[in-house]
Design a binder for this molecule. Structure first.
Ligand code: FPP
Length: 259
């Protein structure tokens, strides 16, 4: 362990079950080095590898990474093309390693808009790792929180139109069953790197009660120490879910997480 690594004792006992991250700052990281923005995205893949490894080691149940938003199509055509190529390369290079480490890879978002080769790599990687019992790694690609809610509501509307569902039976719980990641706990901790303090149409429904953590650190510099700082910040917070502090203190830890 290097001198600056937090000791194991600095890893809090109360870890989030699900961490969601907006990996921002790749472009600025590259520009500060006089490199093309794409160099920042490539360095960003290294940071992804690290964070996946650490979350796996710590036994975190799920990690969700915002890799490409529905709005990212608005970037210069060249950057979009390079990003899509980078996803293909990263999938090809990493999938076996992920599989050997019991990682279950899932992609959330509307992948139909992607080139056929990328769609194929995504399907192959999801099939290969589907039965793995380790970290669930969700890559949000062509994902938008508004898209997610819209597709969920559309499915329910179709059931109403078919006569199989009464509109009065539509509840928040029912909508949640049609959202991406409905089988996972909602994120306990949201991290955004790169200094901006926005949700940017990420998991807008699923983040309703999530603890938010913002850091100036640019994504390619987000390493083990930075992740542990975020986990420490999470562990220091009292999650009240609408209750009072006194009510929460009266619960044991399991009850607190379910409150
Ligand atoms: C935001 O930085 C980052 C992205 C839009 C792409 C994220 C992609 C990766 C980290 C690499 C690939 C990931 C996987 C999962 C294979 P930005 O370009 O907006 O940075 P800026 O705000 O400094 O311009």
């Amino acid at each position: 362990m290097s001198e600056t690594s937090p000791a194991l004792s600095e890893i809090p006992a109360n870890l989030p079950r699900h961490v969601a991250i907006i990996m921002d700052g790749n472009g600025r990281w590259a520009e500060r080095r006089g490199s093309p923005r794409f160099a920042g995205h490539k360095a960003g893949v290294e940071a992804v590898r690290n964070v996946v490894e650490i979350c796996g080691e710590l036994g975190i149940q799920a990690l969700t990474l915002f890799a490409f938003s529905s709005e990212n199509w608005r970037r210069p055509k060249k950057e979009v093309g390079l990003l899509l190529d980078l996803f293909i390369t990263a999938l090809e290079r990493e999938v076996n390693k992920l599989h050997n480490n019991w990682v279950q890879l899932r992609v959330i978002g509307d992948i139909n808009a992607f080139p056929a080769k990328l769609q194929q790599r995504i399907c192959e990687a999801m099939q290969l790792t589907a039965a793995n019992q380790g970290l669930i790694l969700n890559i949000a690609a062509n994902y938008g929180g508004k898209w997610d809610i819209t597709q969920a509501v559309r499915k329910l509307a179709m059931r109403v139109a078919d006569g199989g569902l009464q509109s009065a039976a539509i509840t928040a719980e029912l909508i949640a069953t049609e959202l991406s990641m409905h089988d996972l706990p909602e994120p306990d901790l949201f991290i955004r790197t790169g200094g901006e303090q926005r949700i940017s149409n990420f998991l807008i429904w699923q983040l309703a009660y999530t603890e938010l953590y913002f850091t100036e650190t640019l994504w390619p510099d987000f390493d083990r120490i930075e992740l542990i700082k975020a986990l420490q910040s999470f562990a220091s917070r009292q999650r009240r879910f609408g209750q009072t502090g006194a009510q929460i203190l009266a619960l044991d830890e399991d009850q607190r997480n379910r409150a």
